[in-house]
Write a protein that binds this ligand. Structure first.
Ligand SMILES: [Zn+2]
Ligand SMILES: [Zn+2]
Length: 103
């Protein structure tokens, strides 16, 4: 998995996903949410054509490391694999798993 903030590959540290560049830990809960999103990404891919003209999003894809595309505020999707960050995930990433170089 890749860090959604900086696309650094996430390492496991004390059983939690960890981004060295951002001194950022991702909770077990967040890991689970990422895994579920990766599982459902194949279904999302069907809708991706609509995203073609969208602007670049705020995050990188946790699944493949590509830059996410912004569908609407706090809702982003990866064009390459269909990984989706919805509003709830967006909020959780920013609020619960801060990253030192993110603003
Ligand atoms: Zn990072
Ligand atoms: Zn992706």
């Amino acid at each position: 998995m890749y860090c959604p903030y900086c696309k650094e590959e996430l390492k496991v540290n004390n059983e939690e996903l960890y981004c060295k560049a951002g001194v950022s830990y991702f909770s077990k809960h967040m890991e689970k949410v990422f895994n579920i999103a990766i599982d459902t990404s194949k279904e999302v891919k069907v809708q991706i054509l609509k995203v073609e003209s969208s602007e670049a999003g705020r995050f990188f894809c946790v699944n493949c490391g590509s830059k996410m595309m912004k569908i609407e505020a706090m809702h982003e999707v990866c064009k390459c694999c269909g990984f989706e960050i919805n509003k709830r995930m967006f909020y959780e990433i920013v609020e619960i798993n801060p990253h030192c170089s993110f603003r």
